[in-house]
Structure formats: structure tokens, C-alpha cells
Write a protein of this length. Structure first.
Length: 607
């Protein structure tokens, strides 16, 4: 009965219109009403990019090729098997079936994202950058890889046509490569044909993407706008309607999914980057083709989203590993690590705020040069202490310490059970850290571990998650902040407080106080049945536990409590900084059996 009640509540939370969109799409495909089953297209013929030659660029003297998921080497010497997973090495069995007849999850091939990764066309941008730098053999490889892809992925058949967002990413990357190669205004016929085939796949299913209230909608709207305008200026009449539809949904998605303070609907730093890179590509394309501007409201949301991401940048370009992280990095034109967010922040700051996020020159400027954008003189101010209350984030800074506190403001579906999670950094060191995602399709216990409460720096009650899981990607009984004291500064330091009561009556209130060289966290807990476990997921290193204090070379974590501590130990945990890869880390666990207050004091000597 509780399950039925939870599902009824979930329909209200997701929105009746969104549920109707999703169900009507699925029913329409099954009954043949939608029309996607009738899609047909031939193989694009001729060249995709012309044989233009460029002088060697002195600033681009090295070869660059994006890594799959940011950590897996891809051989550039031979054309890939487009149906072989880069994660498992297994081949997908349904390469000749219509995309709508392929199951969402296939146990034989494993995580389908391993199949999709090379068909996102990251390598198109890698080859384009090398060709633009004067390496003619890169253009030849680009052409041969595209020829292979269209031959081995006949239109609308096989796993690489299954997802409209994946098709949309290909369109965006082809368009950006055309800009890099100076061929956006004079594209080859084969390239336009390839774009048109993709838009025919995307347009009939965009309602399903919109129903998700996430970056699927922004990606597919962007592809329709970019690809549609491209076709329209070259005399393909249907392009105009696709362009208008894309523009309309881009305006709609920015208005609905980006909060006034810049927070995004997916409560994820990496998915925020995906969304922001998408908006950046849209604006780059609009400027290139000299198309009409979007509304003032659209630009205000883009600016807010840019400021949000910039506020989370850490030294070296890394960010807290907060929220779902599927390994996506759109527009990989900069030869930096996957976890370096500076290229995205720099591009968005230049486009939407007319300033640089990073003042020093570096590889993060490469996308600007390649896309024909000038660096402004203005430089963004260093981010300070800020609260993004619409999304449930408080950022505290004092000297070299950075604290991110996440509390539940779930207007959209949460992707992880991470209420009251705390991320703590000293300079570029991530001391208290988030677990990440690892994989969306893996065996237990990992399928539950990474999105669950045990993968975060918060408290777990009675061995369960903070919210009941209704499906692979859906939690029920969304938490709400019941107690709240906003970010404030007193003589003691910076402080913030938030608390919630979960669906079984357990209560957790956390107060965070950041002083000059000390961080104090007070957790008041009540309402649970048998036990509560506080976890601090630690920076890997030589930690030693003495009584109720964990120490390494320059850090001390001291625990005090108003109640008896049943257990205090350092155990093995796991984290995933890159999709499909997990590593061990130490986790300090403190278990109690009664209501009361747990206090944690982190002190440091040097950084």
C-alpha cells in the first residue's frame, strides 16, 4: 500500500503533464501512431568535409584525441567497431533491429553507454582540431571514420539510433567541427544529408525528452535549432520548422529547468556542465550564422547558470563530485582532463558575461580560438561565500578551505540520496568527498551503493536510503528541508543549518560552522528505530584512528557525542571520478543507537 501511495505522490511531483507526455509517447510508438516506425532514409553520399588545407598553427603543436569517458584510450590507427562497448569489450547483438525495438537494458552487452560513447562523435572534434592545425592526415581520418559510421549504422537501426539525445550530441559536434574547419557556411552535401537524417529521428520524440525535465530536452532542442537553421539557410524547407521548434523548446527549457539562482534541475555538477556546454554551443552557432538573439530571459538564465558553475571551480579545474555523473563532456575541444571544468566555465563566461573566468592563458582558451571567439579584457571576480537556495546549495570559503553543503530543495527528481551531504576541500585537496556514480547499469551492490546514502557524507538511518527507490533512476518520497538557517557570518565564522524529516519519521539537522583553521559539524538526530551511521568519506592516505579521532600527516578529525558511540572505525569505501571506474577510499564510520547530537571537528595545520 505504501508503494502505491508513493507512486501516486510521485506522479504529482513529476507533473501530470510530464507523465502524460512519457506514457503517450510510449503508447504512440507501440501503436504506430507516433510515426517513428515509418522513418526511412538512405546512406548519405559524397564527402562530409572538404579537402581544405590550413597552415600549421604554432599554438597547437601536439596531437589531441579525446579519451572515452575521460579515461579510456581509443586507438586512432583504425576505424572502431561502432557496436563494441568501450567499457566491457562486448558487442551489441541488435545492430540491425529498428531502434524502437531494442530493449533499454541488455544483459549481454552490459551498460549501453559503453556502446554509445564513440558514437557521440567526440573524435570528430579531435580530428577537426588537428586538421585545423595543419595536419591533413587528420581530415582524411575524419572522413573515413564518418564513412564507416554511416555504413555500419544504417538509418534508425541499431543501438546508436536508440536515444534522441545521443543523436543530438552528434549533430552539435558536427556543427562545431564545421565551424572549426571553416565550413559551416559552405558545408558539403553529404554533411547536410547526415544532419537531416538525424533531425528526422529527433523531432518525433522530443516530447519524451521534454517529459524528463533534464538535459535530454536541452540537448534535443539545441540539435533541432542548430541543425534546422543549418538546413534552412541551404534551401531545405523542413529546416525552418525544426529551427523554430528548437528555439521554442530552448526558451522553454531555460525558463523551467534553470532556477533564478542558476541551479539546474538535475542537482549534478557534471550534468550542469552538459547543460551549460549545450547553451554555449547554441550561442556560438547563433553568432556564426548571425541568427536572431534569444529572449532576455534566456540570456539571464544562461548567465546565472554560468555563475553557478564558476562558483564551484577548484584549483586545477576540478569540482565537487556531486550528483549523478555519467562521464559526459560535451565540446571536448580542449586537451585537458575530463574533470577539468575550466574550458566550459571560460567559454560560457565569455559568451554570456563578456568576461574571462580564468585570467591566466591556458588550454581552457583553446575552444575560444577554435570557434573564432575573442577573449575579453574583463575578468570575473573571485567567487565568495554564496547560497544557491533554489537548488539547495551553500558554498563557504575561508582562507584555503572550501565547503559545499547540499540540502533538499527538490522541485525536480533527485538523482542521489545525498541530503545534507558535505564536500570539503583544502586548496586543491578534496578531504571529505562524494562517491560519484560509477555506472548506470551494473550489478549489485554497486547499482545501489553509488546513488545511495552510503556514498555520501551524511547520516544513514536504520540501514536504508533517505528515500525509497521506485525504479533504477527514481526515488520516491522526496525530502523537504524542514529546518533552515541561511548562510551567515559571525565572530565564530561562517555558518549554515538545514534539516529534514524523512518518510519514516527519522530527523536529521546539520549545522556547519567554518572558522579560520577549523570546521565544526553538529548533527542532531532522532526518530530512527535501531541505529544511525555518520560517514566521512576521506581523502585517500595514511589515516590512523586513535579512540574517537582520525589523523593523518596534517589533518585531525575529532568526534564527540552526547550519546554512547557503538562503533567508530575506518572501513573501505569506493568512489568513482570517471564513469565505469571505481577506486577505494577510507571511510570513517560512527554508529550510534540513540537520539542525540554528534559533533565532528576537522582541524588542519598546513595544506
Amino acid at each position: 500500500m505504501a508503494s502505491v501511495v508513493s507512486k501516486i505522490k510521485m506522479v504529482r511531483c513529476l507533473g501530470v503533464l510530464n507523465v502524460f507526455r512519457a506514457l503517450s509517447f510510449r503508447l504512440g510508438v507501440q501503436l504506430g501512431i507516433n510515426g517513428v516506425k515509418d522513418l526511412k532514409a538512405g546512406v548519405p553520399g559524397g564527402r562530409f568535409f572538404s579537402r581544405t588545407e590550413w597552415p600549421v598553427n604554432s599554438w597547437d603543436e601536439f596531437r589531441y584525441f579525446p579519451l572515452a569517458f575521460g579515461h579510456i584510450e581509443v586507438s586512432r590507427e583504425s576505424v572502431p567497431d561502432w557496436h563494441k562497448s568501450v567499457l566491457t569489450g562486448k558487442c551489441f547483438p541488435d545492430r540491425d533491429r529498428p531502434w524502437h525495438a531494442i530493449r533499454d537494458f541488455n544483459s549481454d552487452a552490459g551498460d549501453i553507454k559503453g556502446i554509445w560513447e564513440l558514437s557521440r562523435f567526440d573524435w570528430v572534434l579531435g580530428f577537426a582540431r588537428e586538421a585545423q592545425a595543419g595536419r591533413t592526415e587528420a581530415l582524411q581520418k575524419l572522413e573515413s571514420w564518418l564513412e564507416s559510421w554511416v555504413q555500419e549504422n544504417p538509418s534508425y537501426c541499431g543501438p546508436n539510433w536508440k536515444c534522441g539525445q545521443e543523436a543530438s550530441i552528434r549533430v552539435m559536434h558536427l556543427a562545431m567541427a564545421a565551424i572549426v574547419l571553416g565550413q559551416s557556411c559552405r558545408p558539403e552535401k553529404g554533411l547536410l544529408e547526415l544532419v537531416e537524417i538525424h533531425l528526422k529521428r529527433i523531432a518525433p520524440t522530443i516530447q519524451y525528452a521534454i517529459a524528463q525535465d533534464n538535459n535530454h530536452g536541452t540537448s534535443e532542442a539545441a540539435a533541432l535549432f542548430i541543425g534546422g537553421s543549418w538546413l534552412a539557410i541551404h534551401g531545405i524547407s523542413q529546416g525552418t520548422s525544426w529551427e523554430k521548434k528548437g528555439r521554442r523548446w530552448l526558451e522553454n527549457r531555460a525558463r523551467r529547468l534553470i532556477e533564478q539562482d542558476g541551479s539546474f534541475s538535475q542537482y549534478s555538477v557534471n550534468y550542469h556542465r552538459v547543460m551549460l556546454d549545450t547553451l554555449s554551443m547554441v550561442e556560438v552557432w547563433r553568432k556564426t550564422l548571425q541568427l536572431p538573439e534569444f529572449s532576455r530571459h534566456w540570456y539571464s538564465k544562461a548567465r546565472a547558470a554560468t555563475e553557478w558553475l564558476t562558483a564551484l571551480l577548484r584549483p586545477g579545474g576540478d569540482v565537487p563530485n556531486l550528483g549523478a555523473n555519467d562521464g559526459a563532456r560535451l565540446l571536448p575541444l580542449a586537451a585537458v582532463d575530463y574533470r577539468d571544468f575550466r574550458p566550459s566555465a571560460q567559454l560560457a563566461n565569455v559568451l554570456f558575461l563578456r568576461q574571462r573566468a580564468i585570467s591566466d592563458p591556458g588550454e581552457w582558451d583553446a575552444p575560444l580560438r577554435l570557434l573564432g571567439l575573442e577573449l575579453p579584457e574583463a575578468v570575473a571576480e573571485c567567487p565568495g561565500n554564496v547560497q544557491f537556495d533554489d537548488g539547495g546549495y551553500a558554498i563557504m570559503r575561508k582562507n584555503h578551505c572550501f565547503v559545499l553543503f547540499h540540502y533538499p530543495r527538490f522541485r525536480f527528481r533527485p538523482g542521489q540520496a545525498d541530503a545534507l551531504h558535505l564536500d570539503v576541500w583544502l586548496g586543491g585537496r578534496n578531504i571529505f568527498r562524494d562517491g560519484g556514480s560509477f555506472s548506470y547499469n551494473t550489478e549489485e551492490p554497486w547499482q545501489s551503493y553509488f546513488p545511495g546514502v552510503g556514498s555520501h557524507n551524511t547520516i544513514q538511518f536504520d540501514g536504508r536510503d533517505q528515500m525509497p527507490r521506485l525504479s533504477r533512476f527514481l526515488f520516491g518520497e522526496w525530502l523537504k528541508t524542514s529546518r533552515f538557517q541561511p548562510l551567515d557570518e559571525t565572530y565564530e565564522g561562517l555558518s549554515v543549518l538545514a534539516g529534514y524529516r524523512d518518510y519514516k519519521g527519522a530527523v536529521h539537522t546539520r549545522k556547519v560552522l567554518l572558522g579560520k583553521e577549523k570546521l565544526t559539524v553538529k548533527d542532531d538526530i532522532d526518530g530512527f528505530s535501531s541505529n544511525a551511521v555518520l560517514r566521512w568519506r576521506l581523502e585517500p592516505g595514511n589515516w590512523e584512528l586513535k579512540g574517537l579521532a582520525a589523523k593523518n600527516e596534517d589533518l585531525t578529525i575529532a568526534i564527540t557525542s552526547t550519546i554512547e558511540i557503538v562503533r567508530c572505525e575506518i572501513v573501505d569505501g569506493y568512489e568513482s571520478h570517471y564513469y565505469g571506474r571505481k577506486t577505494k577510499l577510507p571511510v570513517l564510520e560512527i554508529e550510534v543507537a540513540d537520539a542525540g547530537c554528534l559533533s565532528t571537528e576537522l582541524t588542519w595545520n598546513t595544506v
